[in-house]
Write a protein that binds this ligand. Structure first.
Ligand code: PEP
Ligand code: MG
Length: 593
């Protein structure tokens, strides 16, 4: 990491998504030039490197054909024709021959060799005095980026390029990039894209990593500059003066003091002063999140996002591997339970081995239960693993993104088939396993009475429910102002879902990020929620909130909130209550603004 010409203190702001303060050197990952690894290989490795290359070329070809098809459908054949040029470059015999020759001569990894040859080729084209050919240089570079990204998606991660403690700055980080950040070296991160409920932000919180997203665009963030990352207020202060550092040190001490007070609640129940008990559990993505959940005093796991077991690998985890992971989670949280959510692939969780990266509108596409029902072999393997883990007696199963009653029935049919076959094999599966659904699509909320007849519980996924209700991408930082759990439309859907669940005699929880929003918690309580599942770091805060007001006060609050017309009015009422009852937690509320 090198130094830089900027020495004055300056501040860049963004959206705070994961609390905490860190001080260290910036490490800026340029989006334009993906870091291409460079290492030597042996002569024996040449054939396997070449095979990787051929696979990447055919994958790229498929992607280009997909895009071409899509464009032809959307805008007509003539514009789609530009991809002809890309395909020609991709399969250009001269380039391929040069790569093959250089691979054997240089004995370096294929991405490095390919990038070297392509950049020479593009330079040569750009220098020709012919505008048509000069334009082709851009095509060549574009194709190269695609091939390299297909090559390195399986082979390098940020782990390979981060070698010393730093604050990572990137245009964007995918959820799987984030899950792989080396926690011992990365002090925090900031990205230009992203929002509070993007999975990248959710993972940052579960890793306890200070994070800021939606950073204002600036060219002045450079690798090697010293900076403070303020995950409470969404700031990066570059070249901090000694007095700035001193101020942040005091801030940190104040937060540590609040944390210390909160840990005193560890063994207390999440119960209101008038005895309304709420199950307060935690959300996890990976087994490595388990110790934090236990330490935070969570009552089990209300959401295990199992799709992260499928990330960052070229193959699928088999039944045995999944079974062992689910069983470990179940054992770790006893006597409480674990809710295993079946695969929720798609949306911003596009893991390369299973999804084409070229689909349009991924959040409205073949995601979650839709993907599972379209790939019964993957779904049934997962159900078997979950059922085998249920011999621990504290496992519940949950389907994500349910939209219709038929989907639930179809999923349950597969579950029943696996159940029968395991019982036939004399695996001691418990008599009764609770099966629930996530209510995160408005159509599901509005048909909650019918869905409630099919399942044992509901868990409201506010992250998606808000995005689908407000017609705003949960990951788009420019729409953060619209993305609001306190919108009267969202509140009515939540209320309707809770009432339908209770009318059918089943319990209902919330496992979206709104469940950890300390301003919103009293409202959810008043609407009648039975369970809240939040990131481990939020557990003590939410417990503090629940213990600070009576259920009857919360009921009153919910009635009032439902009578308001705007988010502003609802938020003002919620904030006034928060200021009165748990003012020390309000700093974090900036996180939610
Ligand atoms: C949700 O949508 O609220 C939820 C908890 O699921 P995810 O964030 O994984 O989409
Ligand atoms: Mg969801």
């Amino acid at each position: 990491m090198s130094g830089s010409e900027f020495t004055e203190e300056f501040t860049v702001s963004g959206i705070p998504v994961s609390p905490g303060i860190s001080v260290g050197k910036l490490f800026v990952i340029s989006n334009e030039e993906q870091p291409v690894p460079c290492h030597n290989i042996t002569l024996e490795q040449v054939p396997s490197e070449w095979e990787r290359f051929e696979n990447a070329i055919s994958k790229t070809k498929q992607q280009l054909l997909d895009i071409q098809k899509q464009m032809a459908k959307n805008v007509g054949d003539s514009d789609a024709g530009i991809f002809e040029a890309h395909l020609l470059v991709l399969e250009d015999a001269t380039i391929l021959a040069a790569v093959k020759k250089q691979l054997a001569q240089r004995l370096q990894n294929i991405e490095h060799v390919y990038q070297h040859i392509i950049s020479q080729y593009a330079k040569a084209l750009a220098n020709v005095d012919d505008p048509y050919l000069a334009e082709r240089a851009a095509d060549v570079l574009d194709v190269c980026r695609r091939v390299i990204s297909n090559l390195i998606s399986r082979n390098i991660s940020l782990r390979d390029i981060i070698t010393e403690p730093c604050i990572v700055v990137a245009h964007d980080l995918t959820p799987s990039d984030t899950a792989q950040l080396p926690r011992d070296l990365v002090l925090g991160f900031a990205t230009h894209l992203g929002s509070r409920t993007s999975h990248t932000a959710i993972i940052a919180r579960s890793m306890d990593l200070p994070a800021v997203v939606g950073l204002d665009p600036t060219p002045h963030l450079q690798t090697g500059l010293m900076a403070v990352l303020d995950g409470y207020h969404g700031l990066i202060i570059v070249n901090p003066k000694p007095e700035t550092l001193e101020r942040f040190k005091k801030e940190e001490q104040r937060h540590e003091q609040i944390e210390k007070e909160l840990t005193k609640l560890h063994d207390e129940k999440a119960v209101t002063p008038d005895d309304r008990k709420i199950i307060l559990s935690a959300n996890i993505e990976l087994l490595s999140d388990l110790p934090d959940c236990v330490e935070a005093g969570a009552e089990g796991i209300g959401l295990f996002r199992t799709e992260f077991l499928f990330a960052n690998r070229p193959d699928l985890p088999d039944e045995q591997e999944q079974f062992e992971i689910y069983r470990q989670a179940a054992r770790a949280v006893k006597p409480h339970s674990v809710i295993l959510r079946t695969l929720d692939l798609g949306g911003d969780k596009l893991f390369t081995s299973m999804h084409s990266s070229t689909i349009t509108n991924p959040f409205l596409g073949v995601r979650a239960i839709r993907f599972c029902l379209a790939h019964p072999e993957i779904f049934r393997t997962q159900l078997r693993a979950m059922l085998r883990a249920s011999t621990e007696d504290n496992v519940k199963i949950m389907y994500p993104m349910i939209t219709t009653v038929d989907e639930v029935r179809e999923a349950n049919r597969y579950l029943e088939l696996e159940l029968k076959s395991l019982r036939a094999a004399r695996i001691p599966i418990p008599e009764r396993i609770e099966v629930g659904i996530m209510v995160e699509v408005p159509a599901a909320a509005l048909t909650a009475p019918a869905l409630a007849e099919e399942v044992d519980f509901f868990s409201i996924g506010t992250n998606d429910l808000i995005q689908y209700t407000m017609a705003c991408d949960r990951g788009n930082e420019q729409l953060a102002y619209l993305y609001e759990p306190a919108h009267p439309g969202v509140l009515r859907l939540i209320q309707y879902t809770i009432d339908a669940a209770h009318a059918a005699g089943i319990w209902v929880g919330v496992c979206g990020e709104a469940a950890g929003d300390v301003e919103i918690v009293p409202l959810l309580l008043g609407l009648g929620i039975d369970e809240l599942s939040v990131g481990a770091a939020q557990v003590p805060r939410v417990k503090r909130v629940i213990r600070s007001l009576t259920y009857s006060e919360a009921r009153q609050l919910a009635i009032e909130a439902l009578s308001y017309r705007s988010v502003k009015e609802v938020r003002a009422r919620l904030r006034a209550l928060a200021q009165e009852r748990f003012p020390e937690l309000l700093e974090d509320i900036e996180l939610l603004a």
